[in-house]
Design a protein around this ligand. Structure first.
Ligand SMILES: Nc1ncnc2c1ncn2[C@@H]1O[C@H](COP(=O)(O)OP(=O)(O)OP(=O)(O)O)[C@@H](O)[C@H]1O
Ligand SMILES: [Mg+2]
Length: 463
């Protein structure tokens, strides 16, 4: 058995305490019993002595022997000189050294005497003596302690037996309790090691709601998180390599066409070159976006927080996309409230958020308009970008903030997106203390709402 196990330590402590208590209790019970017997016997012998003394004084003297046999005691009558002693009892004690002159003197003076005596045969007696009459005579009553000692020994062996029984019971009980306590610990240790080895499907059975149970739950949650992390990471790498491979395939293909001079006109050559430039640009952007996301997720993106005027930022972002919108025949309508309090944010990142949303609106809208609204509501500062575009199916809405997620994969080629824009946008909004929500209806349009809580924007006014 490993003595470092919690169960063993706990068990050993309990048993040590138990043994101490058991011994103390045994000692006390033994004392109580022997004192009790002792007092009882003494009282009995003294009473008998008084009784026999009064019998000896009267003419009932002959009855003494019968009574003595009946009472199981020895009786000695002495005339007060140590020599003239008559035994009347049933047991003879060969040496009469218990008759001491000092006691005889006290008896002659009319006092009672009580002594404990051990004979030459090592038998122990309680002895009570009483004066008889006035001529210095005395009667000694001897009662053997043999019976009392036997009873006491019986009590002691019973005590020892029940003590040993209790000890075994405690041992068994402690063993079971310590097993119950340490088994889940051992299971958890093994589970943690399996998880560390990469067996992330490992789960523990939660059998209680105490500390042990919650620890098991925490380990299960940890395994679940790690599993999710591993799965998304694998998916992420698959996506990254796929996204990188696509433009590279184009680059390779068109570069080969050009180097093998497989074009017929100069115009065709320029077209291929334009594709190469476009794909290089796409590749560059993709890598840039990926780095940004990675930095944000590791919390290494440094925001330059300052008081910013949201209205100004919205106006400048709208100006930047206005040309693209006009090319597609879309109009951008903005309604921006004037009393918007300044908020603490990173101006450039805020503009990036807006540009992402506006670019999406322009990109996924074929006709109609794009509306940008900024207002200071009860829940805080609210920024809305709404379009009349293709919309997003309801069942796909929960996923659009995931990296590389695009509604209908075919859209990417058609519109040229990589699916990273909204993932970056949400991270940036959250890093600046805001929330983002999307409402959409297919073929009707999409509305994205960003909110910066009132208490924060208010608090920021007077930092
Ligand atoms: N305003 C919108 N209208 C319709 N669909 C949208 C709109 N905004 C986003 N989506 C859908 O959500 C997907 C994810 O958007 P996200 O901005 O993350 O990626 P992207 O626009 O495809 O690429 P990127 O922004 O990285 O160039 C898009 O592919 C598009 O299908
Ligand atoms: Mg986008």
């Amino acid at each position: 058995m490993n003595i470092n196990r919690i169960g063993f330590k706990l068990g050993a402590t309990i048993i040590a305490l138990f043994v101490i208590v058991l011994f103390a209790l045994g000692f006390v019970i033994d004392r109580v019993f022997s004192n009790f017997y002792h007092a009882e016997m003494r009282e009995e012998v003294e009473e008998l002595a008084v009784h026999f003394a009064s019998m000896a004084n009267t003419d009932e003297g002959d009855m003494i022997q019968t009574f003595a046999e009946f009472s199981n005691v020895s009786i000695y009558l002495t005339d007060g000189t140590e020599q003239e002693t008559v035994s009347l009892g049933k047991t003879e004690v060969s040496d009469l050294s218990f008759i001491r002159s000092s006691d005889l003197k006290r008896l002659a003076a009319g006092q009672s005497v009580f002594i404990e005596f051990e004979s030459a045969q090592n038998e122990r007696f309680f002895i009570a003596a009483e004066p008889v009459g006035v001529e210095g005579k005395a009667i000694y009553v001897l009662s053997s302690m043999h019976n009392m000692e036997q009873s006491l020994n019986q009590v002691r062996s019973l005590l020892a037996l029940s003590g040993a029984g209790a000890l075994f019971l405690a041992l068994g009980f402690t063993y079971i309790v310590s097993q119950l306590l340490s088994r889940p610990m051992l299971e958890m240790e093994q589970a943690a090691r399996r998880i560390a080895k990469g067996e992330l499907e490992t789960r523990l059975a939660v059998r209680s709601s105490d500390e042990v149970g919650t620890l098991a739950e925490a380990i299960n949650d940890l395994a679940k998180d790690l599993q999710h992390y591993r799965d998304t990471r694998q998916e992420f790498f698959a996506n990254v390599s796929h996204e990188l491979r696509t433009p590279i395939t184009y680059l390779e293909g068109y570069a080969k066409v050009l180097s093998d001079e497989l074009y017929e006109t100069e115009e065709e050559k320029q077209k291929y070159l334009a594709i190469i430039r476009q794909e290089s640009f796409r590749l560059n952007r993709l890598i840039h976006d990926l780095f940004e996301l990675a930095k944000m997720e590791e919390g290494q993106l440094n925001l330059t927080l300052e008081r910013v005027d949201l209205k100004e930022i919205v106006e400048s972002a709208v100006e930047k996309v206005r040309l693209r919108a006009r090319e597609k025949g879309l109009s951008i309508l903005s309604s921006l409230e004037d009393d918007i309090p300044p908020i603490i944010a990173d101006g450039l990142r805020m503009e990036q958020v807006l540009l992402n949303l506006l670019e999406n609106a322009v990109r996924y809208t074929e006709e109609g308009s794009i509306q940008v609204r900024l207002r200071n509501g009860e829940s805080g500062c609210q920024l809305t970008v709404e379009d009349t575009g293709v919309g997003i199916p309801t069942d796909e809405l929960p996923y659009i903030f995931e990296r590389f997620y695009r509604v209908e994969k075919s859209r990417s080629r058609q519109y040229g997106g990589t699916g990273l824009g909204l993932a970056i946008t949400r991270k940036l909004v959250e890093l600046q203390g805001g929330t983002i929500e999307v409402f959409s209806q297919v073929a009707a349009g999409t509305r994205v709402v960003i909110t910066f809580p009132a208490n924060r924007s208010k608090g920021w006014q007077t930092p």
